[in-house]
Ligand binder design. Structure first.
Ligand SMILES: Cc1ncc(COP(=O)(O)O)c(/C=N/[C@@H]2CCCCNC2=O)c1O
Length: 438
């Protein structure tokens, strides 16, 4: 009787509702920017595990911080007892996040719970029940955060009553220009969405799961100006593209936004479950016992967060993300000269998307099976990456911020070969049938 593979065992015990699988990759380890597959093969990680692995895997700063914190554990619950790692991280987060006045930090475990908490506390504090968000946005998978999201993969759950979902202007497919969207918002304010009923607008400064869309310059600022006029709070969701990934410390800095609240997650914990909301004390001190999670802000996860922020500074990861991101994007853009299927290469820093088109003229997206096959072939060739987009046609690259020049070049070469092989028919529909999940 042969020993079942990790994937076979996974199939027997892990719930399908918690899966979003893009390849057969099953992991027994990770070192640096490489994942270790069952059987020992090393796979270059261009996914960052969907973003959290900001420092890759086994980074000495993470190992040292987490080991120290778990060996001498300062309790396991910030809601009961202040602990040094959590308070130190909150102090550092406030120091590196632009803003004015008295501010506070709320800790959670995920981007989902952080946005969920933000929705609830803003509705309570403002007494306003409406929210504005965007078609294609992904703010989380809990009822509150999903309720203000607009991703097509989440249509199984109805949006929160009173949410206004606006189109997110996409320069590559300008179905709605920035001016169209702002005009639509103004019209909504005049008619069915009274601005004095709107608590906040939730903004991804770079729309990730909706297709790695960089909004037209000036759009977000114009949106912010309108909201300011009506006392609508600005919430920037930096969960996926924040903390150095975009080539700035905060992605919202590219557009000169001045958010009222900033939501962090994913990379903040370096792979440990950690999120944070930074906001004004008059909101975040609304009431005791309003947004409780027993282990949120625990000393181990927050020690990891401290190591992430320290390493971003010590290793100059903001500049690195900008530099390596340009190298990587330029390499992918150069592939467009030989692959008609590459319609657009876009993003900021090390948040990179490759928009795959069936026709460069019409910019119609390729079928999702094509995208899935390229990812599958990339896996076979030794790299892990994923896809996003409302038509499942955008290759998503969110590698560790520690990606090296050589690894960027290696990644480009693998994407090049994967496209070639798929277009040559080397991957069958059956190979990807079980990976077409969103
Ligand atoms: C901008 C933004 N905000 C919040 C979230 C939710 O974060 P969690 O998945 O840590 O709860 C996410 C999560 N995004 C999804 C998670 C599901 C798998 C697909 N890839 C993502 O990055 C996000 O991108």
């Amino acid at each position: 009787m042969s020993t079942p593979s990790l994937r076979e065992r996974d199939a027997r015990v892990i719930a399908e509702i918690g899966r979003l699988r893009f390849s057969p990759l099953s992991l027994v380890g990770g070192r640096g920017n490489r994942l270790i597959e069952e059987g020992g093969r090393e796979v270059l990680d261009l996914s960052g595990s969907a973003g959290p692995a900001a420092l890759g895997y086994g980074h000495p700063a993470m190992v040292e911080a987490v080991e120290r914190a778990v060996r001498d554990m300062a309790g396991a619950s910030l809601l009961l007892y202040p602990n040094e790692p959590a308070v130190s991280l909150a102090e550092r987060l406030l120091a590196v996040t632009p803003g004015s006045g008295e501010r506070r930090v709320w800790f959670g475990h995920s981007g989902s719970d952080a946005n969920d908490c933000t929705v609830r506390v803003l509705a309570a504090v403002t007494g306003r029940s409406r929210f504005i968000s965007f078609i294609g946005s992904y703010h989380g998978n809990l009822s509150g955060s999903m309720g203000i999201s607009g991703h097509t993969a989440m249509t199984h759950t109805l949006p929160r009553p009173g949410v206004l979902l606006l189109p997110y202007p996409d320069p590559f497919r300008p179905k709605f220009s920035a001016e169209d969207v702002l005009a639509l918002l103004d019209y909504q304010f005049e008619t069915t969405c009274p601005p004095d009923q709107v608590a906040a607008v939730f903004i991804e400064p770079l729309m990730s799961d909706g297709g790695l869309i960089v909004p037209p310059h000036g759009f977000l600022k114009a949106l912010q100006d309108r909201c300011r006029r009506h006392g609508i709070k600005i919430v920037v969701d930096e969960v996926k593209v924040g903390l150095a990934r975009s080539g700035r410390m905060h992605c919202f800095e590219h557009e000169g936004l001045e958010p009222d609240l900033v939501v962090f997650g994913k990379g903040l914990g370096g792979g440990l479950p950690l999120s944070a909301v930074v906001g004004p004390a008059e909101i975040m001190d609304h009431a005791p016992a309003f947004a409780l999670q027993t282990t949120a802000g625990n000393p181990v996860a927050t020690a990891a967060g401290g190591a992430v922020l320290k390493t971003i500074e010590r290793e100059g990861l903001v500049e690195r993300s900008a530099r390596i991101g340009k190298l990587f994007s330029d390499g992918l853009r150069a592939l467009a000269e030989k692959h008609e299927i590459i319609g657009d290469v876009r993003g900021r820093g090390l948040a990179v998307g490759v928009d795959l088109v069936a026709d460069r003229g019409t910019r119609d997206p390729v079928p999702a099976t094509t995208t899935a096959k390229i990812i599958y072939r990339g896996y076979q060739l030794g790299a892990a990456f994923t896809y996003v987009g409302l038509k499942a046609n955008v290759l998503e690259f969110m590698p560790p911020l520690t990606l090296t020049d050589d690894e960027a070049a290696e990644g480009v070469a693998i994407v090049d070969r994967a496209i070639e092989d798929v277009l040559a028919g080397k991957v069958a529909d059956a190979d990807v049938a079980s990976f077409m999940m969103w």
